[in-house]
Ligand binder design. Sequence first.
Ligand SMILES: Nc1ncnc2c1ncn2[C@@H]1O[C@H](COP(=O)(O)OP(=O)(O)O)[C@@H](O)[C@H]1O
Ligand SMILES: O=P(O)(O)OC[C@H](O)CO
Length: 492
Amino acid sequence: MAYLLAMDQGTSSSRSIVFRDGEVVASVQQEFRQIFPQPGWVEHDAQELWDSQLATSRAVLAKAGLHAADIAALGITNQRETTVVWDRATGRPIFNAIVWQDRRTEALCQQLRNDGLADTIRRKTGLVLDPYFSATKLKWILDNVDGARRRADNGELAFGTVDSWLVWNLTGGKLHVTDASNAARTMLWNIHEGCWDQELLDCLGIPAALLPQVHPSSHMFGHTDAAWLGGAVPIGGIAGDQQAALFGQACFKAGMAKNTYGTGCFMLLNTGSASAESHNGLISTAACQVGQARQYALEGSVFIGGAVVQWLRDGLQAIEQAADIEALAASVPDAGGVVFVPSFTGLGAPYWVPSAKGAIFGLSRGTTVAHIARAALESIAFQSAALLQAMQRDAAAPITELRVDGGACANSLLLQFQADLLGIPVVRPKVTETTALGAASLAGLAAGIYSGTSDLSAQWRVDRVFEPVISRDEAQRRMQAWEQAIARIGTG
Ligand SMILES: Nc1ncnc2c1ncn2[C@@H]1O[C@H](COP(=O)(O)OP(=O)(O)O)[C@@H](O)[C@H]1O
Ligand SMILES: O=P(O)(O)OC[C@H](O)CO
């Protein structure tokens, strides 16, 4: 029997899932500490990332009653951009992992923008020059940790995104590798040529000796050390979590798109073997690579998605648990004219207003907490609709459906509103653990469990399709109300 193990190292928890025939056999999750040393700084203890990931993998094998020998291959997927630097001799990190959300390098990014580097970076990497990506975090570590630059120059240190760090540990320091989808998030990887970019390394003063070897996402990378899981397991897949979700949603052809509704929302559109340049506030990135042919995607991210539901729960204490928002929002026929812009940490794509704060517009004496809850839910769909509209403008052909996943996609009211706004079907699959499924699928391809992506398309199953029911005029009227609220946010 062909079991596949996925390690999904996310921003708030480490998860391990065993799959068979594309279905979840068992799953174990463990949270770890979020470290906030200063406002705008976010760190993880890299050792805790590894320990929690290993613990969940051991636990999931026990839960499923399986042994290492039963696992045909392991796929790894991870929070992207988060930066780890460790000592090659001891295997110890020289600093905490600097998390993708961390803004400490904003001044450095501004300096690089002033130096005219933004265009070069966009052209070579497909990215916006922003602290979000790994490069300036890595430079910060080299410039601020005692002796780091000297040791890096001497080849004593290794840099990696979280996937590289996990594989280094899993293989007892034998492998220092990553895949194209993760490399593309460093701001040092030339997505067109498929190589580390020497000009960017020089501009940022980053020695090439720090960098991992880059392989396709589906690839036999090596084996885990037998000590960890009770036997050696082949590592057959590595991908950044959002690209893994695109793969897990079987979006293999250009024009297919997915949106993940987690803490934030991440929408990716497969653009095939051609990288599409965005003129509408999106980024281009590498999609999962199987074989030698490079694949690309357009991406947009919303910083506050499901997190607005957490705010209703923890900040406003309007609900006890996230799932309660659906009944509360459904208790009123509409938001009663309330528009909620939850830009608590600035506005991401396609608006890019870093200094924005959240706001609630349209309050009246008749407004109840149910209207606010409904407006909060709608805000997730409005932000995602703005991303899809931007993608529609950049894309070569119309996008005809949106596949969805992530914790908040359990909410059918949200998905119906999303379909109404978009005017295209919103499709929820049976397995919504698509990030882990994508990693397992990449590993399964490398191990020969699947003969090609057509096997994966055949395995992907629909749970429910949400068809648009309101008129396009009505949808446009609602989007206009949203854009008016955004305009008021944007101008402070
Ligand atoms: N039924 C629901 N309706 C709306 N939001 C929900 C619901 N269930 C969970 N959420 C939201 O989904 C998010 C968790 O989704 P998850 O995919 O686990 O996120 P992440 O991977 O970013 O940690 C939380 O922000 C939570 O508030
Ligand atoms: O860990 P997640 O699911 O919040 O994903 C984080 C993204 O990869 C950041 O780019």
